[in-house]
Design a protein. Sequence first.
Length: 98
Amino acid sequence: MRRERRKNFRVEWNSPATIYYGTLARPCVVINFSNGGACITAIRAATVPNEFMLRITPGRAHKCLVLWRSVNTLGVAFIDQFASTKEDRAARTVREPA
């Protein structure tokens, strides 16, 4: 049996949503979510940037960071849920090697 490694309980869901980045808005479907993130499908994952806004209809928008991708599915973390101290923001910043 596979051990559950998620930090937050996930709710199975099948809700329309919209991904926003730049001036683009793209429809998608959220198939499950938790307080910390979501699984999004019905979108070409390779065409979505690493950070974007997600609005789960009719809820509020969440700033998201892509954790993993497959052909038409994304796993994201909600990064607007974290503390906003200067040290926490610096710790979350992903740096590319020089």
